[in-house]
Ligand binder design. Structure first.
Ligand SMILES: C[S@@+](CC[C@H](N)C(=O)[O-])C[C@H]1O[C@@H](n2cnc3c(N)ncnc32)[C@H](O)[C@@H]1O
Length: 244
């Protein structure tokens, strides 16, 4: 597995107390290779969970972060941001993806780690809602769990026993690229599968089995054909709407 030197500075216990999926800081560090974040930029961390990615963005890049989540309250996240010493740069917001309280064109960048698949697979979500939040010339970046290709049933036979309904949001990198590209709102700058996805997924899977009773470990073990993927997509906003 490739190294993530920025992440090494962060306490592994703090990370594992607060992660909600495959190592969010590794995924974010990988994504940030394809983004140009500069101090003072306004960044949306969409589906930030317990906000460790928001802390990372503020500390590593000096950006101002709107740490938006649904399942985790803003009050709980504020406490974490204060403890991490970044409360002046990271603002916790509790909002659902279809009812976001931001002005159009407000953000320089919108990032989403292991979250966009929960609300963003709807064909209309990007062109009608998400893309509007970012200014023209601004950046998008997501990392999502997915598959190496599309399967007729939606999943490979090897994963039949472990397949949960919400995993129908898992798609191939080509599927994701087309979802955004066909809107003509964004120029895709990166779209690929991260190498060795199981090495990134495994520490979380072990932890989640013990602490939450999740079955990610069974899922990874069942994936004998290596069809599971972690997909990175980044892009630059070209226009405000299709018509422009
Ligand atoms: C698997 S967790 C990942 C959290 C965090 N990014 C991480 O990697 O630890 C998915 C996150 O997506 C958020 N989410 C799911 N559906 C959402 C929606 N409809 N609107 C806003 N956020 C949503 C949840 O609140 C949750 O924190």
């Amino acid at each position: 597995m490739r190294k993530y030197p920025r992440t090494e500075k962060y306490d592994l216990r703090w990370i594992s107390e607060n992660w909600m999926g495959p190592h969010p800081l590794w995924l974010l560090e990988e994504l940030c290779e394809h983004m140009a974040l500069k101090p003072g930029m306004k960044v949306l961390d969409m589906g930030c969970g317990k906000g460790i990615t928001s802390v990372f963005l503020a500390k590593e890049f000096g950006v101002t972060v709107f740490a938006n989540d649904l399942w985790i309250s803003a009050t709980e996240n504020l406490k974490r941001f204060e403890e991490a010493g970044v409360a002046d740069l990271v603002f916790p917001i509790h909002a659902e993806a279809h009812a976001l309280p931001y002005a159009e064109g407000f953000f320089d960048a919108a990032i989403s780690i292991d979250s966009y698949q929960y609300f963003g697979t709807d064909e209309t979500y990007f062109p009608t809602t998400y893309s509007k939040l970012v200014k023209t010339g601004g950046q998008f970046g997501i990392v999502v769990p997915g598959l190496t290709r599309e399967f007729p049933k939606g999943y490979p036979d090897t994963l039949k026993e472990c397949w949960d309904a919400d995993m129908f949001s898992f798609h191939s990198k080509q599927w994701w690229q087309r979802l955004w590209e066909k809107t003509e709102i964004v120029e895709i700058t990166a779209c690929y599968e991260i190498e060795d996805p199981k090495e990134i997924w495994q520490p979380w899977a072990k932890w989640a089995k013990v602490n939450l009773g999740f079955n990610d470990e069974e899922l990874l073990n069942a994936d004998t054909n290596n069809d599971l993927a972690l997909i990175v997509i980044s892009g630059i906003k070209q226009h405000t709407t299709l018509a422009e």
